[in-house]
Design a protein around this ligand. Structure first.
Ligand SMILES: Cc1cc2nc3c(=O)[nH]c(=O)nc-3n(C[C@H](O)[C@H](O)[C@H](O)COP(=O)(O)OP(=O)(O)OC[C@H]3O[C@@H](n4cnc5c(N)ncnc54)[C@H](O)[C@@H]3O)c2cc1C
Length: 488
């Protein structure tokens, strides 16, 4: 565990990992602290996965600037970092003249924000593009630069690259205190010891206000706003070609129907204020709300093909992101209140935070050894039969399919565990390689993934966790032997 750093980043979501990766370009000691066993366990694991084009943010805000810049950065860097991204465009679907007027004003706003390619489509063009869409549509706003991305692999991709360039990521390391002297941050207290730090970046998601208060900064509060989702299996992929938004409301972009980057379809999210910072339950009324909302866009939803539901929490803190030095504590820099489009903006937030730190006196000397990409790890299913045979010949584990729904091999799982910023939990494996993300949701491969994790991490299966610090799935019963061998 590090005892000293130039910059400590608190929070291993997409924002914290993107900041750590950006800072790893420079000759700096950068340490990221995450309280959970893995990165991408907060809001970054449960969102719509859309790289927004940037037409709905109020011009002049952080959101508007960082959304457009972030989307452009992903287009440049996603492939090299191993972040799946598909540029499928988005449509804001209008059902009435009033909706069309909203689309016109979004188009004007998007042009002001510098979004390229925006167009208003009539109903016929919309129906030709989206055959499953409701019969009563009046037209749409088309944004060709919108894309879908894997939010887990975005976070992991930034985190892995930060580590490859010298940053350290400590998981299971909760920040419990911020130490100040003369109004300046000097150290961070954690569950694993103290780290002296010149600068601290607060990227703690819905917990960012609590983290700020550890230093006596009560300049903002965060109100969690939950969004629930239903995910369908890949047989439904033809329901939507592009991201289908309704015309937006004041509090959210509304309930959408969208492809994921992996070819599934999801519907959601709704927007419900909740009291607890960890309330990610799905509810019957919430699911009813998203089903009826989504049916306004695509009436025939194959609900029998739903494979899971989940929810994420928006870190609602006001109209714009809170980015900049704390007004109370010098050296403490917030990347807080990062609601949507936070996933899209993340790499641009990294750039903005680096600039702010430089203005505050941090010397940014480029590190000539910086490598901007991660090693390419081809998916077994995307290889040709000849390549697959060669891979199996070189590594027999490539010939063992562990997840049957998604055809994920043991070799891919092992690589995901052994990589920098590697998986430490069953969900960590699922989010990196999709073992357990298919139709059976881990019913078949879950015990096998558990055994592989136990073997690779050198721990008993009773110590393997699903996701959170205390999410063990197995316990030893007196008189029963636990078999660690998945072939048994
Ligand atoms: C329903 C919904 C839909 C969304 N859809 C989109 C979308 O389509 N496109 C888009 O661009 N954005 C979207 N967003 C927004 C996007 O998901 C967030 O802006 C982004 O994930 C925020 O990332 P983060 O790193 O700030 O927070 P998080 O991912 O929550 O990470 C914060 C991390 O800090 C850690 N932490 C907290 N306290 C401590 C502590 N004391 N010590 C150590 N670690 C700590 C947490 O464990 C957590 O891992 C959506 C959000 C929601 C809720």
């Amino acid at each position: 565990m590090s005892s000293k750093a130039d910059v400590v980043v608190i929070g291993g979501g997409v924002v914290g990992c993107a900041i750590a990766r950006e800072l790893s370009r420079y000759r700096l000691d950068v340490v990221l602290l995450e309280q959970a066993p893995d990165v991408a366990t907060g809001t970054s694991k449960a969102n719509s996965g859309i790289l927004h084009a940037g037409f709905d943010c109020e011009p002049g805000t952080w959101k508007a600037r960082l959304n457009v810049r972030g989307a452009a950065l992903y287009a440049e860097i996603a492939e090299g970092l191993g972040i799946p991204r598909r540029e499928i465009g988005s449509l804001v679907v209008a059902h009435s003249d009033a909706d069309l007027a909203t689309c016109e004003s979004l188009l004007a706003r998007g042009r002001e924000n510098g979004v390229a390619g925006l167009e208003i489509w009539g109903a016929d063009r919309l129906r030709a593009h989206e055959p499953s869409i409701s019969a009563d549509v009046a037209g749409a706003l088309w944004a060709p630069t919108a894309a879908v991305v894997c939010p887990f692999l975005a976070t992991v991709g930034f985190g892995e690259n930060a580590i490859r360039n010298g940053a350290k990521i400590h998981t299971e390391c909760g920040v419990t205190g911020l130490v100040t002297a003369g109004g300046r941050i000097v150290a961070v207290e954690t569950t694993r010891g103290r780290i002296e730090a010149r600068f601290v970046v607060n990227a703690a998601g819905v917990h960012a206000a609590d983290v700020a208060r550890l230093a006596g900064d009560d300049s903002f509060t965060i109100h969690p706003r939950r969004g629930e989702y239903i995910l369908f299996d890949r047989s439904t992929g033809a329901l939507a070609r592009s991201v289908l938004f309704p015309t937006p409301s004041k509090v959210s972009k509304g309930i959408l129907v969208s492809p994921t980057v992996h070819g599934n379809i999801f519907i959601g999210p709704n927007a419900a204020d909740v009291d607890e910072l960890d309330d990610v339950e799905t509810t019957a009324p919430g699911l009813d709300e998203i089903i009826s909302g989504a049916r306004k866009i695509v009436p025939d939803l194959p609900l029998q093909n739903a494979i899971t539901e989940f929810a994420g929490l928006r870190a609602a803190a006001g109209k714009d992101f809170i980015i900049g030095e704390s007004p109370i504590v010098k050296g403490l820099v917030h990347a807080a209140g990062i609601q949507s489009p936070g996933l899209t903006s993340a790499p641009a937030i990294g750039e903005a935070i680096a600039e702010i730190l430089a203005d505050l006196g941090l010397k940014l000397t480029p590190d000539p050894t910086f490598v901007p990409v991660n090693p390419h790890r081809p998916k077994f299913t995307e290889q040709t039969p000849v390549e697959q045979m060669a891979r199996i010949a070189a590594d027999p584990l490539a010939g063992r399919v562990i997840c049957r729904c998604e055809t994920i091999t043991e070799a891919e799982i092992v690589a995901a565990i052994r990589a920098p910023c590697g998986a430490r939990t069953i969900d960590g494996v699922k989010r990196r390689v999709r073992a357990g993300a298919g139709r059976c949701q881990g019913g078949f491969c879950g015990p096998r993934v558990t055994a592989i994790l136990a073997r690779e991490l050198g721990i008993p299966v009773t110590a393997v966790r699903k996701e959170t610090l205390e999410s063990w799935l197995f316990y030893a019963r007196a008189g029963l032997e636990i078999r660690e061998d998945i072939d048994a």
